[in-house]
Design a protein around this ligand. Sequence first.
Ligand code: ZN
Length: 321
Amino acid sequence: MSIFLDQNPGLSAEAFSDCLRISISDGNLGDLPVAADPTLLQLTYAGARPAPPTAARLHDMCNSNFGAPTVIDGTIITALSGGVDPVSGIDITGNGITYIDSNVTPTVIRVVYDINNCNGGGIFVFDTDGNKISLARPPLLYHELSHAFRGATGTQQPNDEPPAETDENVMRSAMGYCLRDVNNHDGGCGHGDDCSGPPTPDSDGCFIVSATTGSPRSAEVAQLRGLRDRVAAASPLGARLIDRIYADYYGFSPAIAARLDQEATPRAAALRVVVRPLLAWFTLAGVLAFEHTDRVAVRQAQNALDDACPRLLGRAAIAGV
Ligand SMILES: [Zn+2]
């Protein structure tokens, strides 16, 4: 079967980013234009079937011909910043839905989910002790893809939530989140415990960077992720601090990114005035933290910061040094 990313309303990069997390970022995920339908991108997953179960499931969904009783051959993922799914008319704010759409030919399975974490307020579900726990985007998407997998293979259960929530727990485990009660489908908008896993807004924190650079795989996004990973490896406290900054950022970032995705001039301005200078700052901070004895590396990072900052705001003016 195939998985497609819906390019409307311009948030397919966020769906791709969540698929990257599901693939455990093994580097084999890609996308291709679809000649017959320019509103879609086809998700591609190269290489041998990977070992992590979430990655293996995604690889299967991109590459396998399941044979009988496969009933439907395509799943379309639509990422929305909350609001109403235009196809079903269902408000998916703080939620995700999966359904079979037989109003189009060929019949497809649609996965529609909220990438804005319920307007930034968080989404909670329950653990087996009845505690509220957070529901982040990759487990939410993986939960919906679990429904889609059984929809495609004709193996839906009369109550399809326990198997979807069991799969959701596999993704939770891979990300370090606490586990959900698979027999409790309740939940809502609001904060829940993240059990020392990544913060609730676990997105890659790169919405604006992705939108302004035009790709979640741009050099700038890779640079930002790389720095965060280095900090996390060296200092759990530093990682928590960065995660906290991302959590605040997450509250407003997707909505801005959605607008930037559609407007070229503000996108170019945000890239030049905000994103590149900020990345240069992060890079210099990273070099000073990890490579401060390497005078060449420090000098290069300082020069890169000078180059990245808008002319009216030199490094000295910003840094006060
Ligand atoms: Zn479900």
